[in-house]
Design a binder for this molecule. Structure first.
Ligand code: P6P
Length: 339
């Protein structure tokens, strides 16, 4: 079987970017290296003394798991060592991490990252993931600033995720389609396994934490009931699949078709997921695969971003399924306004 490694693929596709002189290629390589190191630790998390909690609380007010900290350190170290970024934003860090070193003085990019999404699943051996987003810097020189991150999702140069599951996969886009690479541990390389990934226009899987049902907007409640109705013509009732690890749910739905919903709830009045380093990169990937991603009203990639850890509701996945729930959101939002 002719194996094409991530490195070979990146170089082959470099021709897509005449202005790039390899910086983006090296940046993607740096992310790949850190992913392999994180995967190695995730795979033996049960053995190593890195399970459990550090006792710290991160900027999201969530208990920090040791593997969170390890993953964050690995990605920051790899990005700093690669010299291609002038700043990093991470879910684990309250403020941006400016990069001001000799090797990064001509850096053109900034990276926003959720180093280990779904980390509450680490101790129960459920798949977790890394999500990353790459922008070209807008400031002219020196270490990057907050301004470099306050860009709409449409401005992303590249976006991707890594899923640490039954196999380790990297899925990314540079705006010209989506490609998936599976780590072959025997050679320590990500190999092209899912070329030109596309998602189904419609399917019959919906992913939402129905424990929050009582606090959902009426449109979401009505859509969930729609998914549960018997209707052979539209393949309903749909299947409910919710792992509690967004990368795992969204990766499955990308491959089999489906919709992932995290709406506003009383606990998360602006939604739970973060726009910069979760929703924007996932939205770019899903749109590039033919899907759709909105906050229930507005396209995710066109939302203005004002804060580093800004949250947003997320409706993402198969195009027609996202459109359907938006119809319910519009219909029942009007009804509640007219009440
Ligand atoms: P809940 C993980 O913390 C995450 O950000 C997503 O990966 C996941 O889908 C969601 O939150 C789970 O949240 O409130 O359903 O436990």
């Amino acid at each position: 079987m002719n194996v094409k490694t991530l490195g070979q693929f990146i170089i082959e596709k470099q021709a897509d970017f005449p202005y790039a002189k390899g910086e983006l290629s090296r940046l993607l390589r740096d992310l790949g290296i850190a992913s392999k190191i994180v995967n190695r630790e995730v795979n033996k998390a049960g053995l190593a003394e890195i399970l459990g909690e550090t006792g710290d609380i991160n900027v999201q007010g969530e208990k920090v798991k040791k593997l969170d900290v390890f993953a964050n350190d690995q990605f920051i170290a790899a990005l700093k060592a690669g010299g291609e970024v002038c700043a990093i934003a991470s879910e684990e860090n309250e403020d941006i991490i400016p990069v001001d070193s000799e090797i990064s003085k001509n850096a053109k990019y900034v990276v926003a990252i959720d180093p280990l999404d779904g980390s509450s699943n680490i101790d129960v051996n459920v798949s977790v993931g890394t999500i990353f987003s790459i922008y070209r810097r807008v400031t002219l020189s020196g270490p990057g600033t907050m301004e470099d991150f306050m860009q709409r999702g449409t401005e992303q140069i590249a976006a991707g995720y890594v899923i640490y599951g039954s196999s380790c996969m990297m899925v990314y886009t540079t705006g010209k389609g989506v490609n998936g690479f599976t780590l072959d541990p025997s050679i320590g390389e990500f190999c092209l396994s899912h070329p030109n990934m596309t998602t189904k226009k419609s399917a019959n899987t919906y992913s939402v934490n129905e424990g929050n049902y009582l606090h959902f907007p009426d449109g979401v409640k009505k859509y969930i009931k729609y998914c549960q109705e018997e209707d052979k013509a539209t393949g309903r009732p749909y299947s409910s699949r919710y792992i509690g690890s967004g990368v795992a749910d969204i990766h499955r739905n990308l491959i089999t078709g489906g919709i992932y919903i995290y709406p506003v709830t009383t606990k998360s009045p602006n939604g739970k997921l973060r726009l910069l380093y979760e929703c924007n990169p996932l939205a770019l990937i899903v749109e590039q695969a033919g899907g759709k991603a909105t906050d229930g009203k507005v396209r995710i990639l066109e939302k203005d971003i004002k804060e580093l850890h800004q949250r947003t509701p997320l409706f993402l996945g198969s195009h027609d399924m996202v459109e359907k729930v938006m119809e319910f959101m519009a219909k029942y939002a009007e009804e509640s306004i007219q009440k």
